[in-house]
Write a protein that binds this ligand. Sequence first.
Ligand SMILES: NC(=O)c1ccc[n+]([C@@H]2O[C@H](COP(=O)([O-])OP(=O)(O)OC[C@H]3O[C@@H](n4cnc5c(N)ncnc54)[C@H](OP(=O)(O)O)[C@@H]3O)[C@@H](O)[C@H]2O)c1
Length: 230
Amino acid sequence: MTTQTILITGANRGIGLEYVKQYAESGQQVYATVRDPAKATALQQLAAKHTNIQVLALDVSDVSAIRDLAGQLSALTIDILISNAGTYPDSAFGKTDPQAWLHAFQVNTLTTYYLAEAFLPQLRRANQAKLIAMTSKMGSIEDNGSGGEYIYRSSKTALNMVVKSLALDLREFNIKVAALHPGWVRTDMGGPNGLIDTGTSVRGLRLVIEGLNSAQSGEFIAYDGKRIPW
Ligand SMILES: NC(=O)c1ccc[n+]([C@@H]2O[C@H](COP(=O)([O-])OP(=O)(O)OC[C@H]3O[C@@H](n4cnc5c(N)ncnc54)[C@H](OP(=O)(O)O)[C@@H]3O)[C@@H](O)[C@H]2O)c1
């Protein structure tokens, strides 16, 4: 099997860290981006064990930093780009902070679009690249049966629309784009009551990514391969 090059954002903990671990252990070349490499202890320990992990700084809420990183990595070919970094500010009805809402849109919604724009040359070079946005079932309008969580829900619903448009716009470059839901996962974000661990989630997500074909580009899919209603 040929080595693939994979770039993952928000790689210092949770699902992002597990993606790095599994892809590195399977022999792929991993570019792991984090807000602060000096504080990313678990990732640095992993990188010390695997020479195929490169740790890079990226705050995804800074569009110019995304563009700078793409410039720094201009010679790369990227087979899989995983826009994983995400934020979940509490936001019940009557308890929403407008600044937190805008910031969550920056991180959860805009990032995938600006990564796609900035890294287009690297993705095109791969000839059949995959751009993965980590979304959430909480962004599904049809699935919303409990209300609340205005900020997180709306930012992921908007992300899903970005994914759909990117899938159509990038089709001519043979880049497949998907909105993937990792399940309810035991991480800092998912909390201790999550239904699955990061290992189970990422094993499933990797299979979905591996099997992603042109017909599925632009779809909203869970870690177990099931389609989620918009
Ligand atoms: N866990 C779940 O049950 C679940 C369910 C559905 C969807 N998801 C989605 O899956 C993805 C990963 O979730 P998770 O559970 O692993 O979350 P997590 O444990 O809270 O980790 C979030 C990651 O995003 C990073 N991040 C946040 N803001 C950032 C910024 N401005 N720039 C760079 N990195 C930033 C964090 O870095 P810092 O350490 O620097 O903050 C951290 O690495 C997210 O997109 C989330 O919405 C998770």
